[in-house]
Design a protein around this ligand. Structure first.
Ligand SMILES: CC(C)(COP(=O)(O)OP(=O)(O)OC[C@H]1O[C@@H](n2cnc3c(N)ncnc32)[C@H](O)[C@@H]1OP(=O)(O)O)[C@@H](O)C(=O)NCCC(=O)NCCS
Length: 167
């Protein structure tokens, strides 16, 4: 093992030991919109997140580093009867690749199960390998494909996979 890979493992271990996952509400809309804007071509506005985070059917968990007051990542779902859709999930760019989204998704799925959700659905770009791996590790399975679903900055369109998990 090289010195740099040993250092990176140590950094990863320290970061993952110092996280907490907490429910996020509308007062964090600005931070959530910033993370979202840094993660997607078409970021959603602060107003849009304020609306979603105030919706009684929407549930959002945030990932916080150490004693931070603002989240560094989040996952947002909407519940309809006994099903839920993951609307979006994102980590701040500097924290990606450290497997921090895995405990975030785990906790979120536990929350959804506790409030009576039986099936969770989501859509993901078929080229988004990090997200697909994250979902597959939690047991999500591909249920369909939507060709041309996502518009890319260069004008091309990519396919969405639909995935589901029975809790
Ligand atoms: C998707 C996202 C939330 C994943 O969070 P993360 O904490 O960085 O993910 P992880 O570090 O746990 O990596 C997930 C898996 O993907 C792998 N991975 C990471 N980047 C990858 C890449 N570019 N290509 C292939 N695999 C990759 C990791 O090795 C890991 O797999 P492993 O557990 O088998 O080693 C994060 O990348 C992100 O915020 N992306 C921008 C927003 C987004 O795309 N959201 C999903 C929309 S559906």
């Amino acid at each position: 093992m090289t010195l740099s890979s040993r250092f990176s493992k140590l950094l990863h271990r320290n970061t993952s030991q110092n996280i907490r996952i907490e429910e996020v509400h509308s007062e964090q809309a600005e931070t959530i919109a910033e993370i979202h804007g840094a993660s997607f071509v078409h970021g959603w506005s602060e107003n849009e997140f304020e609306r979603l985070l105030s919706d009684k059917n929407c549930f959002c968990d945030g990932l916080f580093l150490a004693k931070a007051k603002k989240p560094s990542g989040f996952i947002l779902s909407r519940k309809i009867l006994d099903e839920a859709e993951i609307l979006t999930v994102a980590m701040s760019p500097g924290l990606r690749g450290q497997k921090l989204s895995s405990p975030l998704l785990k906790k979120h799925l536990e929350t959804l199960a506790q409030i009576g959700v039986r099936i969770v659905h989501l859509e993901v770009d078929e080229n988004n390998l990090a997200a697909i791996k994250l979902y597959e590790k939690k047991g999500f399975e591909v249920t369909g494909r939507r060709r041309g679903y996502y518009a890319q900055p260069d004008g091309s369109r990519t396919t969405a996979l639909t995935m589901s998990l029975t809790l």
